[in-house]
Design a protein. Structure first.
Length: 61
């Protein structure tokens, strides 16, 4: 109960801090979602992407 009251007083009591909390949360969520999506894509396509197979096709000079 004390934790929820302190979070409310710190982040959600005033409109300005509520708006900033929502904006920061959206940016953090977007970054985490993007990183997780990229990691999942690379994991599912391991060995098929150019960066994984380019050594087979590039010649050393």
């Amino acid at each position: 109960m004390a934790l929820s009251r302190s979070v409310y007083n710190l982040l959600f009591k005033r409109t300005s801090t509520f708006a900033v909390t929502i904006m920061v949360g959206a940016v953090v969520f977007e970054r985490v979602f993007d990183q997780a999506g990229d990691a999942l894509y690379e994991n599912l396509n391991r060995g098929k992407l150019w960066k994984h197979i380019k050594h087979n096709y590039e010649k050393e000079e």
